[in-house]
Design a protein around this ligand. Structure first.
Ligand code: 13P
Length: 287
């Protein structure tokens, strides 16, 4: 069922595990994530960046696809449909379109402007039953045109934003979208600890989930992370499986060119990646 992310994240926080946000790009992606969540009895968050939203035709198309799939495939675990790194304008658009959760990324504004805009959107999102995520500091690297310098969040600014009533908070702690460089210094656990202490029960969000090792993921969860975003890793495993199918010439045999056959290995690869992440995050059996 399509729900706001609030309850699943509060439960994750209390149970010391994290719910995965898996970004979607098309129908295969959406189906792979939803079916894997159902098979593993796990809550799940479908992330949609503005770029992916445009690619899929628009937010109404996505709401129709996700709601239809939940019904047709009898997806009986909690599913949140969430805008990833939303601008002020797009946050309003998805609230109208029927998403169940929204991220407003005001991290590139001054803290005063971030507070002002987040506050307005918290009221709007909550009046329509959506959960809302805000961001302080920034996530390094680039995702769908959203570029961040990777500043570590200031704990006092996190508290200011958390006090506005957001349901989850993304705080930059040295995490990066995309692949991590070999010389990456790792997550800033001291900063994470300080942020969580000041924001108390606030579920924290770890962006840039691709390539963070098991030990760091577990430590982050133990320090208060309740939502972990994964995007690039599904793209990489999908691409590798599709490449293998074509390099083995399978598209040239019989009706191997049929998209339902051509895209099947990539679909299975996404399912496998999502399952592995759910195991690592501890959300299996928690629906
Ligand atoms: P990765 O692409 O690094 O997994 O990051 C995903 C993310 O944080 C989405 O907001």
């Amino acid at each position: 069922m399509l729900v706001s992310a609030k309850e699943m994240l509060d439960k994750a926080k209390a149970g010391k595990y994290a719910v995965g946000q898996f970004n979607i790009n098309n129908l295969e992606w959406t189906k792979a994530v939803l079916v894997t969540a159902k098979e593993n009895n796990s809550p799940v968050i479908l992330g949609v960046s503005e770029g992916a939203g445009k690619y899929m035709g628009g937010y109404d198309t996505i709401v129709g696809m996700v709601k239809g799939m939940i019904k047709d495939l009898n997806i009986d675990v909690p599913v949140a449909l969430h805008l990833d790194h939303g601008s002020y304008e797009h946050a309003k658009k998805v609230i109208e379109a029927g998403f169940s959760s929204v991220m407003f990324d005001g991290s590139h504004y001054s803290i005063d402007e971030n507070v002002e805009k987040t506050k307005e959107l918290v009221t709007l999102a909550h009046s329509k039953g959506l959960s809302i995520e805000a961001e302080v500091g920034s996530i390094g690297g680039e995702e769908d045109g959203v570029v961040g310098k990777g500043e570590v969040a200031d704990a006092k600014e996190c508290k200011l934003i958390a006090n506005l009533g957001v349901d989850m908070l993304a705080a930059g702690i040295g995490n990066i979208h995309g692949k991590y460089p070999d010389n990456w210094a790792g997550l800033e656990f001291e900063a994470l600890d300080e942020i969580q202490k000041l924001t108390e029960a606030m579920p924290l969000v770890l962006h840039g989930g691709t390539g963070i090792n098991e030990q760091m993921i577990q430590k982050a969860i133990s320090l208060g992370v309740s939502k972990i975003n994964v995007n690039t890793e599904c793209q990489l495993t999908f691409a590798a499986a599709t490449r293998k199918y074509i390099e083995e010439g399978k598209d040239l045999v019989g009706k191997g060119f049929d998209p339902r056959k051509l895209l099947a290995p990539g679909y299975e690869a996404i399912k496998q990646t999502v399952k592995e992440k759910m195991e690592l995050f501890g959300s299996i059996g928690k629906a």
